[in-house]
Each structure stands twice: as structure tokens, then as C-alpha cells.
Design a protein around this ligand. Sequence first.
Ligand SMILES: [Fe+2]
Ligand SMILES: [Fe+2]
Length: 264
Amino acid sequence: MNILFVGDIFGSAGRHIVREHLPHVLETYQVDLLVINGENAAGGFGITPSIAEEIFDLGAHVITTGNHIWDKREIFEYMKVPADSHERGRRILRPANYTSTTPGFGFYQGQLADGTEYAVMNLQGRVFMSACDDPFRKVDELLSKITAKVILLDIHAEASSEKVALGWYLDGRVTAVLGTHTHIPTADERVLPGGTAFQTDVGMSGPYDSVIGVETELVLHRFLTGMPGKFEAAKGNPKMCAALIECDAATGRAYAIKRIMLGE
Ligand SMILES: [Fe+2]
Ligand SMILES: [Fe+2]
């Protein structure tokens, strides 16, 4: 089976470029499972229920997120659904290693139309990021609850070392470990010896004439003056970044991973 994972959609430029290229990619590669990181989909900061609906309408089975998940308050209610629900609000994830009292869930297990079970987990790193629980211990806990063989992890983290370490930690235990958050795609995609597809960062789906999605001038101003200022999403040079994983649906073992970057 084929899995497509789309990196952080950033602002309207990101939403447009994904809408433009995704249908062709889904058809060309006969994608069975589609997972999209949407933490920056609303103007670069967070995600609203209507934008989540838009992403689900594109065919996403699950939306993952990260540290920007709470930037738009409207999403809180949308994610308050029972644990055993399969509605859309249950299929948008926040990192699993957040405090358990926060809305939403950090993993989802579902079934494709042909009966294949799959699971998606979302975790946040701890290096150079705000405090959260240990992602290594948390992933063990999640895996003990998951019965699906096809399992994908979005590890939303800043440090390459933390993501690479998690890749090795999970090699042979999950289908794919894919990094997000830095918004810069890395060229290290590979299948680890145990059969886990890995890429340190899938890269954002958004405007690359920017500083990781934000208008360059605004970020430069902050670096040069040290003064606060409002950040706005850039528009120029949009690209869609994704990883395509080919795996055995029966065992969950990955055969191949391909890096995708499409744009104008
Ligand atoms: Fe992001
Ligand atoms: Fe992030």
C-alpha cells in the first residue's frame, strides 16, 4: 500500500499549492492513506475548524499538528470528541505527549475501506521546544494500545538528533517516522534496516521565499533590532513537500520512501 504524508501546510499559499498538486499525486501513486500536518494552515499559526474541514475534503484521513495547535481557539471545541469516535474532530491530532487534560488526542487508529487497519501518532520533541512529556516513553505507551500493523509517526521536533534517535528507537516497530516543524526538507529519506521509513524533516508545504513561512522582512527586522513585531505568512515561491511511503499492508514493513517537492 502507499502512504502520502504532507508536511506542515503554511498559510493560504500552502493551502493553494496543496490543493493544486495533491489530486495528481494521489492518482499517480495510487495513495491509500493520506496524512497531512496542518499546524500552520491558518495564516501560519494554528488551524480553524473550517480549514480542517477543507483539508479533510482533500482526502486526508488524519491531520497531525504540533506546537501551533492551540494558536486558533476555535479548534478547541472541534477536538473535544469521545475517544472512540471516528468523526473528523477525532482525526485531527495534537502531540500525544502534552498534558492529558488538553483537548484532543495524540493518536488515532482507523480502518481503510478495504479493511486495512492503520494508526497515526503525533509527538513533540523536547530539545529547544516548550516542555512536554518524554516522547520515547510516550511512544511505547501508545504502541502498547495499537493493534494496527501500518503505523505512522509525525515527530514534530526542532533537533535533528532527537528525530533521528526516535527513528532508530522505532525501527522495525512502525511503518514510518517522519519529522516536521523545521519547515526545511532534509535529504536523508531512507528505509532503516528493520523496515521503518524515515525522514528527519519532510519540509513545509508553503511559501519558500520566506523565513520558514513568515515574510522575510518581518523576521529580519526582529533579528536585526531584537524588537517584537507581528509575523505574517509569506506568499512567494510556494512548494508542496511530502513523503511517499510504500509498505506491506499485512506487516506494516516499509519498502521504499520517496521525497516529493512540487511547486510552480
Ligand atoms: Fe510547522
Ligand atoms: Fe511547529
